[in-house]
Design a protein around this ligand. Structure first.
Ligand SMILES: Nc1ncnc2c1ncn2[C@@H]1O[C@H](COP(=O)(O)OP(=O)(O)OP(=O)(O)O)[C@@H](O)[C@H]1O
Ligand SMILES: [Mg+2]
Length: 368
């Protein structure tokens, strides 16, 4: 080790309630190397602490030169820094807007000083209200679809039955071909209406391993990949098993991966990943633990004209699409009290399946 290499920075012990804080908290040493972080900070940076403690914060969060200099002098001058509505750019997660307070912690005696970072993400509130809005719109769209489906299915049954009777009366094979077409098209329409209605069973929940499911989907897709498309997994091993309907989750993931594949065409990368989020709100409920399964691709992004509406039935940006893959996937995940969210820009599209991991709700701490 050269005399200038800073000593490795050992992690700091943290109290048990540390991970119950909704504010992201991190502690670095004077060299800005992470010594402690809580679950909310892991969520914002998109990384687990096992991977990054001891490493410089700047490896995971973009710190411009100006801010790095201010941070170092904050410690020397013992002056806290407050940043309002600052755009934060993690290198492995979505950027976010946050109020940030950085407080120097002077060490006792020979102990070196540290910096305490508190980050309150502002756009989380925005995300939650957008989510509520989307859910209201989807409830209306579901009610309309159900009404319409009912109105279509009844006469369709009569139409099909009549065509069958007629076929029995006809000797001319050319005329029977017409009745065959009527029956075939009636069946096709019925299948379409059934898809529009989405899943009609409740989930059969068993204990499932989410990584096994992701790997299964990866295996299914791998056999139909064009040569230039690669698919890989990036999993957080700390996710516990959850109670879920395996087939439903496989179906939801397949719909997302199919879309990624179609968007990429002949070349590109798909990444299936998993993360555990702590103290996270899904569909208006805060959960202690939420599993996030993501399907990411580096394709062209969702076309602007459909971006806001992709979870509604029959909305498609593809000539041959029916626009049902995403609403079906969303319904399947909502049956698990979860939600699918989407972030898309040219070159990077990510669909996140958020699934609450069963356990006591965040407000009823077992230690309370
Ligand atoms: N990863 C993605 N990249 C770019 N656009 C996407 C992506 N995923 C979805 N989309 C857009 O969202 C639209 C809706 O997707 P959805 O799966 O609901 O329907 P579809 O793929 O068009 O048809 P279906 O899935 O019923 O065959 C797609 O047509 C596409 O324009
Ligand atoms: Mg699709």
């Amino acid at each position: 080790m050269s005399p200038h290499t800073p000593r490795p920075s050992p992690p700091l012990p943290t109290p048990p309630w540390w991970d119950d804080l909704s504010t992201a908290v991190m502690v670095t040493d004077g060299e800005l190397r992470l010594q402690a972080m809580n679950g909310s900070a892991e969520v914002l940076l998109g990384l687990s602490r096992e991977r990054i403690l001891g490493h410089p914060l700047g490896h995971w969060l973009h710190l411009d030169r100006n801010l790095s200099t201010r941070l170092r002098s904050a410690l020397v001058q013992d002056q806290p820094i407050t940043l309002r509505a600052r755009q934060m750019e993690p290198l492995r997660a979505e950027s976010f807007l946050a109020d940030v307070i950085i407080t120097p912690l002077q060490g006792e005696g020979d102990e070196p000083g540290r910096l305490l970072f508190e980050l309150s993400a502002i756009d989380r509130h925005e995300r939650i209200s957008r989510e509520e809005q989307l859910q209201k719109q989807q409830a209306i769209s579901r009610a309309v679809t159900r009404g319409l489906a009912h109105e279509i299915k009844n006469p369709l049954g009569g139409l099909r039955g009549a065509a069958q009777l007629l076929a029995g009366e006809l000797d001319d094979p050319d005329l029977r071909e017409y009745t065959r077409i009527i029956i075939h098209e009636a069946d096709r329409l019925r299948a379409l209406v059934d898809r529009m209605l989405g899943p009609n069973n409740m989930p059969q929940r068993t204990s499932v391993n989410l990584h096994e499911i992701l790997e299964h989907v990866r295996g299914l897709i791998s056999v139909q990949l064009p040569l230039g498309v690669k698919i890989r997994g990036d999993y957080d091993p700390s996710i516990p098993e959850i109670k879920a309907d395996r087939d439903m989750l496989v179906q939801a993931l397949l719909n997302l991966v199919q879309n990624a594949l179609q968007a990429l065409g002949d070349e590109g990368d798909i990444v299936l990943s998993s993360r555990i989020l702590r103290q996270y709100t899904v569909s208006g409920k805060r959960h202690r633990l939420v599993a996030r399964l993501s399907v990411r691709d580096n394709g062209p992004g969702i076309p602007e004209e459909v971006r806001e509406r992709i979870f509604f039935p029959m909305i498609t940006g593809r000539a041959s699409g029916t626009g049902l893959g995403l609403p079906i996937a969303q319904s399947l995940v909502q049956l698990h009290d979860g939600l699918i969210e989407c972030h898309s820009r040219p070159g990077s599209t990510r669909f996140d399946i958020l699934l609450p991991v069963a356990g006591p709700p965040a407000s009823e701490s077992p230690d309370a």
